[in-house]
Design a protein around this ligand. Sequence first.
Ligand SMILES: Cc1cc2nc3c(=O)[nH]c(=O)nc-3n(C[C@H](O)[C@H](O)[C@H](O)COP(=O)(O)O)c2cc1C
Length: 314
Amino acid sequence: MSEYLRPAVDPRALRDAFGAFLTGVTVVTAHDAAGRPVGFTANSFASLSLEPPLLLVCLARTSRNFHTLTNAAGFAVNVLAEHQKDISNTFARPVEDRFSGLDWQPGPHGSPILGGVAAWFDCTLQEVVDGGDHVILVGRIESFENGKANGLGYARGGYFAPALAQKAVAAAGGDVTAGAVAIRRDEILLVEKEEGRYALPACRLSAGASPDRLQRYLTETIGLPAAVGFLYSVYQDSRSGEQHIVYRCELGHGEPRAGRFFPLDALPLDRLTDSATGDILKRYAAESRIGNFGMYVGNEERGQVHALAQEATR
Ligand SMILES: Cc1cc2nc3c(=O)[nH]c(=O)nc-3n(C[C@H](O)[C@H](O)[C@H](O)COP(=O)(O)O)c2cc1C
């Protein structure tokens, strides 16, 4: 088929389909001509060759650091560890100095190596290959270290951290309330509770029950096809002592039988049943503005299950 007869591809639908591929998350770093450290978040990293030792990463032509990275002597790939979601967000946002307050040092071949990463690779730039609206940076690995920490995961626009999530769910123990950040494109479904206040759709899960119960609840009560995704938040309501586990869920087409959809930029933040729901919705809306979504709030230092009061201080 000629180029010209080829049906148009919807870039957003294509991006969503690419997002089905589970990846890790890296921060690619280098120095600019003035010696300042630069870096951006990338999940297009792939191993390429063992002999010679090569890796690749795809860089958007629109990157502010396009010239720097394609002309650098070398670059480093930092594989983020499970608790480094905030670093990923910093290096994906248009922050002026992404390295401010960060623990890093020059690698053996000069490019910035971040502290606490799961692994790093310090490379010389071997080749820049054309790739449509991106280029492929091929790096020759000059030195590397395998830090052994579990890597942060990324799929369907959201982070996940399997080992931390497992610990959080185990720590919750007992009966829990399973809630859903139930999304469809750029909208979230909320259910109306007492006095016109809104809450996340949620059901009770008895100890050890599978989150399939939440999927059934969404399908039966909300009346829409639902897919339960990765864990988004785990917390304990300090007033009731109730444990909450919130999953990210995708809803399918149709009119909901219960609840209503709110656009992400018009969420009823002043009409929610509790402040934890507000924190979750605000975080989700903020993360969706940079095109990616947080996974869940816990990390190893802070513990995986928090009281609401602690949650609100972040
Ligand atoms: C999880 C994740 C993965 C990303 N992967 C890539 C990537 O592989 N290549 C890329 O060019 N941008 C990627 N981005 C987007 C860049 O990080 C983002 O556009 C950043 O602001 C670019 O910064 P710069 O313009 O300063 O280079 C990714 C963002 C996220 C959140």
